[in-house]
Design a protein around this ligand. Structure first.
Ligand code: IPE
Ligand code: IPE
Ligand code: MG
Length: 249
């Protein structure tokens, strides 16, 4: 049975986050430059967006470029930036057509003005889309995001908009770049690496993690559905006992 047919549409994760990893290895195994892997990776991005939208996922976050990725060789960084912005722009009409809105999270000040303007334009054009929200984490790291949130809260306290004793989890969640996005239920990482790499550290507190050996350019729709089907078999206990969860059904 295809993995898609195993999915219970009534128990879908609302938000799926993906660490798209393994482009470089995919290319090197074929004796090609790493950038070739990134180009092939774009096709996997397209497949994943389609797969998610098809079954009715409401939020899809893709980790495209981390703060740490700025430390890669200049040629790779430049090629990746060009590729990402070209891809986002090329896909704008498809996103509009499919009613998918784009949101980019990350330190966009580090991008060139041209890149930033083009991204803002696509976010604006796609904003009416209500079928699915596509969040691209670009020049993003969770520690950067949390530091920014702390700064924002500190300013709010200083200006008397928040009282120190009122700061709680909600204050922090509301100060993150993802303030309008629910926490992911499922996080997928490809390429066999089992780490979070500074991705959504706060938001992943109770997320189900799914790791696959598949390298990102090989990741297809069925791989996405397989991860969702796997997620649906898990029992999410949030600190409670299994009996408590079953009795409440
Ligand atoms: C993921 O693939 C893409 C980005 C991080 C931008 P990698 O480029 O990390 O590929 P590997 O992990 O070196 O194979
Ligand atoms: C994580 O991949 C970042 C993205 C997928 C954008 P990396 O390949 O940069 O992660 P590490 O450094 O190997 O953990
Ligand atoms: Mg990698």
């Amino acid at each position: 049975m295809a993995f898609k047919d195993q999915i219970d549409i009534n128990k879908l994760p609302g938000h799926v986050a993906v660490i798209m990893d393994g482009n470089g290895r995919w290319a090197r195994r074929r004796g090609r430059e790493r950038v070739y892997g990134h180009h092939q990776g774009v096709k996997a991005v397209r497949r994943t967006i389609e797969a998610a939208a098809e079954i009715g996922i409401k939020y899809l976050t893709l980790y495209a470029f981390s703060t740490e990725n700025w430390n890669r060789p200049d040629e790779e960084v430049t090629a990746l930036m060009d590729l990402m912005v070209d891809s986002i722009n090329n896909e704008t009409h498809t996103l509009v057509e499919k009613k998918i809105s784009l949101k980019v999270i990350g330190d966009l000040d580090r991008l060139s003005a041209d890149v930033r303007n083009r991204l803002n334009e696509t976010m604006k054009i796609t904003s009416p889309g209500t079928r699915m929200k596509l969040i691209v984490a670009l020049s993003y790291s969770s520690r950067w995001e949390i530091s920014e949130a702390c700064r924002r809260i500190a300013v709010a306290v200083k200006e008397g908009r928040i009282r120190e004793e009122d700061i709680d989890e909600k204050t922090i969640s509301a100060s993150l770049a993802t303030s309008d996005i629910p926490d992911p239920e499922l996080m997928i990482r490809t390429s066999g690496e089992k780490r979070i790499s500074n991705f959504l550290l706060w938001q992943l507190a109770y997320t189900e993690l799914y790791f696959t050996e598949k390298l990102w350019p090989d990741f297809g729709k069925q791989d996405f559905y397989k991860a969702v089907a796997d997620y649906q078999k898990r029992e999410r206990r949030y600190g409670k006992t299994s009996e408590q969860i079953t009795d409440n059904r």
